[in-house]
Design a protein around this ligand. Structure first.
Ligand SMILES: Cc1cc2nc3c(=O)[nH]c(=O)nc-3n(C[C@H](O)[C@H](O)[C@H](O)COP(=O)(O)OP(=O)(O)OC[C@H]3O[C@@H](n4cnc5c(N)ncnc54)[C@H](O)[C@@H]3O)c2cc1C
Length: 417
């Protein structure tokens, strides 16, 4: 028999979602192969802000975001933009997003997000321990800062309900209290919210590469090839790739923003949209940053990573084909110079990444309609790193025929009809 037929799990996509699923399955004794057309850490997982944002259980699809959107869109370099060439394409997604902002849907999404976040926090440390990457975990928390008392009060209200679910917050009501946690910020920030339950990774790209090493050490394989189609058969699944056909007992589609191209080959389509984000990574020492700092009203974050200070965020609903517009990264860097006096802004590296996002801002985790042997794990939007260990645990449970620890109904691939 061809050795390729003995693969128990074939994972398509070596981002943080696919690699975590692969490492977890290998740790449970399955023979695992990962294929990626560019190799590990090629997509959004490479350059993100590195936060494990567990307490962020409010879905992004919410009335507050919907109300703020027109004002943000008015500012060409503000936190939300839509390139005119993509506006028509993204309209159906935006209408679905608007529908998800109805109160009952927000409540349901919040419950689902909360359960997944709890599972993510529960699974992360044991997962990293097994993967030999626990030394990359940082527990320095995150501070959100506000210029306007009104914006602070609105955020406080939403975090207060997260507080009642066990997440810890500290309300900061003066620049001095903010400076007690993160010195050196502009005194224009009068209010802050500190969350010690935000954790971080030393560097998101290094983390995915470490997972790749952990997989190889556990006997798994990583193949550089592009998957073209997924074809369920009796008792197995065939995957057509640029490296020839491969066959496995189970296949996971974890190809980030490109997952839809593969799910269509088995007859399922998803309203998956690229929320493009931008950042600039400055050399280490550019600022004495003690923890993640989020400039909430401006939609970007300053992240302390082992390789430097990463400044960025924002959302550009620009699809996958348009070239990056790095003016967006520069606009955030200019604001950061105002907000963090003394920031040394030279020598940075710019990056753009595509968050794979569904209109209800929840991921798809579950089985394909046409075959229980094909699993979907994509669409984690702003929270892929945060939810990676939980997703890996759930995927491995599904492969092994065990009941997952989290109710998967809200994440069902069938929820979009
Ligand atoms: C600016 C920014 C900041 C962010 N900050 C955070 C944060 O602080 N915390 C957090 O939790 N999340 C954050 N995110 C979101 C996070 O980065 C994503 O949710 C996550 O990386 C998605 O991971 P993924 O594995 O699904 O996709 P990706 O990392 O994009 O991986 C998909 C992989 O699939 C491969 N692939 C695609 N198609 C094929 C094919 N046909 N055949 C083979 N391989 C294929 C690609 O090459 C790629 O390697 C941020 C995102 C951005 C853009």
């Amino acid at each position: 028999m061809d050795a390729r037929q003995e693969i128990e799990l074939l994972v398509i996509g070596a981002g943080v979602i696919g690699m975590s699923a692969a490492v977890e399955a290998a740790a449970r004794g399955l023979s695992v192969t990962v294929i990626d057309r560019e190799g590990p850490a090629a997509g959004a997982s490479a350059g993100n802000a590195g936060g494990f944002a567990f307490p962020e259980i409010d879905p992004l699809a919410s009335p507050g975001k919907l109300l703020a959107a027109p004002r943000w869109l008015f500012d060409p370099l503000g936190p939300l933009s839509i390139p005119p060439r993509h506006a028509v394409h993204v309209l159906p997604w935006m209408l679905r997003f608007a529908r998800e902002c109805l109160p009952a849907r927000v409540r349901a999404a919040r419950r689902a997000q909360g359960a997944l976040m709890l599972h993510a926090r529960r699974t992360l440390e044991p997962f990293m321990q097994r993967a030999g990457s626990l030394h990359m975990l940082r527990k320095r928390g995150q501070i959100r800062v506000y210029e306007s008392v009104r914006a602070f009060e609105a955020a406080r209200q939403s975090y207060e309900s997260a507080e009642s679910e066990g997440w810890r917050f500290q309300w900061l009501t003066s620049p001095d209290e903010i400076a007690g946690i993160q010195p050196g910020l502009s005194p224009r920030f009068q209010r802050g919210i500190f969350t010690q339950d935000w954790w971080a990774i030393s560097d998101p790209r290094d983390y995915v590469l470490a997972l790749a090493e952990a997989l190889r050490a556990a006997g798994g394989r990583i193949v550089r090839a592009e998957a073209r189609a997924v074809l369920p058969e009796d008792g197995s699944v065939a995957v057509q790739t640029t490296d020839g056909d491969m066959r496995a007992s189970h296949v996971v589609i974890a190809a980030g923003i490109y997952s839809n191209r593969l799910t269509r080959s088995i007859g399922q389509d998803f309203p998956l949209e690229a929320e493009r984000g931008y950042n600039t990574t400055l050399p280490p020492g550019a600022f004495d940053l003690r923890c993640h700092v989020t400039f909430d009203e401006h939609g970007f974050v300053a992240a302390p990573l082992s390789g430097g200070i990463r400044i960025g965020g924002a959302v550009e609903l620009g699809g996958t084909e348009l070239p990056p517009n790095f003016a967006r990264a520069r606009a955030m860097l200019r604001k950061a110079q105002d907000f963090m006096p003394g920031l040394r802004a030279e020598g940075g590296t710019e990056w753009m990444g595509m968050r794979p996002s569904l209109p209800d801002t929840l991921p798809v985790i579950g089985r394909a309609r046409r075959s229980p042997r094909v699993l979907f794990a994509f669409g984690h939007g702003h929270l892929g790193l945060t939810q990676s260990s939980a997703t890996a645990d759930i995927v491995a449970d599904l492969v092994q025929g065990r009941a997952p620890a989290v109710d998967l109904a809200p994440f069902s691939p069938d929820r979009f009809g």
